[in-house]
Write a protein that binds this ligand. Structure first.
Ligand code: AMP
Length: 540
């Protein structure tokens, strides 16, 4: 055995070394399928050896417990080796969505004081443009690059070849910080949600009892590792239970996805409503001709799952879809549908065992069943985040009288099912990704022609919500198609492609209150043609 620690809560250790100790070394951990369909199998010993090498490699660079190291990669095997390797050293592993632009990267790398990043040449271009603003970022490791002493760039192949595949994972307590994901708020910069190794208990329990994964399952989670579903249920949960995962490097393609489900004999599939709605729009023959006989269950997370998608799936895929609810902050599924519980289409289901949600009024009073209020969860579950990095006040503002306020509004029916109603803030959920209107507005203001902007989320049949930007131009500038394209490109490069406004509405002014705060509520009402309600604080 390469890692020899026993009785260790370290996530990296449990997901690789422990599985080898259990005799699963030769079992396939990851069936990697690249965008061209080329398949490579990695067994649990490979996972153990590669992650150990990465642990040794970064340790020799001086990276140590408590340091923050990011992966900034598309889905690829190195992402998984690095994730586990970083955690084994007890450094914190942050994951960055590979579509992030420069501002998004600067916010996250800067705020966390990251000392290292593992990326690839094409993505490093974005990092290199902001590197002089990141004094703490000492180590840049390129999976496809050579050493470059001039820029301090390090070759992944070299350090991995030089490193030993034996690594002793030191005892790691449940409270040791583990994974870092940034999440968007409606004001200010994104917040760094920090988790701990003890989150494993929740991730294992829900993977077992909600997703129902057993050792002979073949599981596919479509989420990107840049988001919490991609780490909690695309790495930690399944591998901690010794389950084989399929990871696919290509994007959405209905035919390809059905082939994958059929050929890989996938038994449990975890995806998201936008992807399922996209499938719903495809020719039915794609599904009727696919052999989905191995598939046992389908799960969904990230946005409300419309009842129509469930009935489509029942009719066409011949399966139910189990909607699950959680957040970056909760680290694991909290409220959920699962086999054995009757599905009420449109409902998120019932609390997972040991989780106590409540619907509370703003003053903390419990609301009767049927009434809409703040969705809260009684504190103390194992995967509860431990802080917002460098933002203790935002963290403490989320807790009152032993309840965690999720920022969602919901209602509970008489039978204890929870129904998602919306967000209690202005955060936009587009295709399951939370977008901060503030971040988009900041990017818009960097465009020379833009004087003011206000960004809202508007209902969208496919994406759940789309990003709509109201833009007021400086005098002397006219709205043109070219300017629209310029604005879109700018937001994509600075924030990310998913934050790019779907719609840009040029206007003469942006409604603000007397203290200068953008009144997005008024913009939303204007967009929807509704009554804006109380506008007494509107600046005239
Ligand atoms: P994130 O922290 O990026 O994972 O986003 C979490 C947010 O996504 C939640 O607070 C909800 O607003 C939304 N969300 C996640 N799962 C669901 C679901 N099953 N139904 C409705 N909204 C969801």
């Amino acid at each position: 055995m390469n890692s020899t620690s026993n009785d260790n809560d370290n996530i990296g250790y449990v997901c690789s070394a422990l599985q080898c100790e259990r005799g699963l070394g030769k079992k396939t951990a990851m069936r990697w399928i690249d965008a061209h369909g080329v398949k490579t199998n990695y067994n649990f010993s490979d996972l153990e050896n590669q992650s150990n090498r990465f642990s040794n490699a970064i340790s020799s660079l001086g990276i140590d417990a408590g340091n923050v190291v990011f992966t900034f990669l598309p889905k690829m095997p190195e992402q998984f080796f690095a994730f586990l390797g970083i955690l084994k050293t007890r450094a914190v592993c942050g994951t960055l969505f590979s579509n992030f632009g420069e501002d998004a990267l600067l916010d996250r790398l800067g705020d966390s004081g990251a000392v290292g990043i593992i990326t690839r040449k094409s993505l490093y271009k974005k990092v290199s443009r902001i590197r002089d603003k990141l004094p703490a970022l000492k180590h840049v490791i390129l999976v496809d690059g050579d050493d470059d002493p001039a820029t301090g760039v390090i070759s992944y192949s070299r350090i991995m070849a030089e490193a030993s595949s034996e690594y002793q994972v030191l005892p790691t307590s449940p409270d040791t910080p583990s994974v870092l994901h940034y999440t968007s708020g409606s004001t200010g910069k994104p917040k760094g949600v920090l988790h701990r190794h003890g989150s494993l208990a929740s991730q294992m329990a829900t993977t077992q009892d909600v997703l129902g994964l057993k050792e002979d399952d073949i599981y596919w989670c479509t989420a990107d590792q840049g988001w919490v579903t991609g780490t909690s249920y695309g790495i930690i949960g399944p591998w901690s239970l010794g389950v084989t995962q399929v990871h696919y490097g290509g994007g959405y393609d209905a035919q390809r996805w059905m082939d994958l489900l059929a050929q890989e004999k996938i038994t449990v599939w975890y995806s998201a409503p936008t992807a399922l709605r996209m499938l719903m729009r495809e020719e039915e023959t794609i599904f009727t001709s696919a052999d989905l006989s191995s598939l046992r269950s389908i799960y969904s997370v990230g946005e409300p799952l419309n009842p129509e998608v469930i009935s489509w799936s029942r009719r066409v895929l011949k399966h139910d879809i189990y909607d699950t609810w959680f957040q970056t902050e909760t680290g694991a599924i909290m409220i959920t549908n699962r086999p054995g519980l009757e599905i009420r289409p449109g409902s998120m289901g019932k609390p997972f065992e040991g989780i106590e949600p409540a619907i509370l009024a703003d003053d903390g009073t419990p609301l009767p069943d049927g009434e809409q209020g703040n969705l809260c969860v009684k504190t103390g579950w194992p995967s509860m985040f431990i802080t917002y990095l460098n933002n203790e006040s935002a963290y403490s503002s989320k807790f009152r009288n032993g309840w965690y306020y999720t920022g969602d509004t919901a209602r509970r029916d008489d039978d204890g099912y929870y129904w998602f109603m919306g967000r209690s803030d202005d955060v936009i959920n587009t295709a399951g990704h939370l977008i901060s209107p503030f971040e988009v507005e900041s990017a818009l203001l960097e465009v020379a022609e833009v004087a003011e902007s206000g960004v809202i989320g508007a209902p969208d049949e496919l994406l759940f919500e789309k990003v709509v930007a109201f833009v007021n131009l400086h005098e002397g500038h006219q709205p043109t198609k070219e300017l629209e394209i310029k604005i879109r490109l700018h937001v994509s490069n600075r924030a990310s492609s998913i934050a790019t406004p779907q719609e840009i509405i040029f206007c003469d002014s942006i409604p603000k209150n007397k203290s200068g705060k953008i009144m997005r509520r008024v913009l939303k009402a204007r967009y929807l043609g509704e009554d804006p309600g109380d506008i007494s604080t509107l600046e005239i």
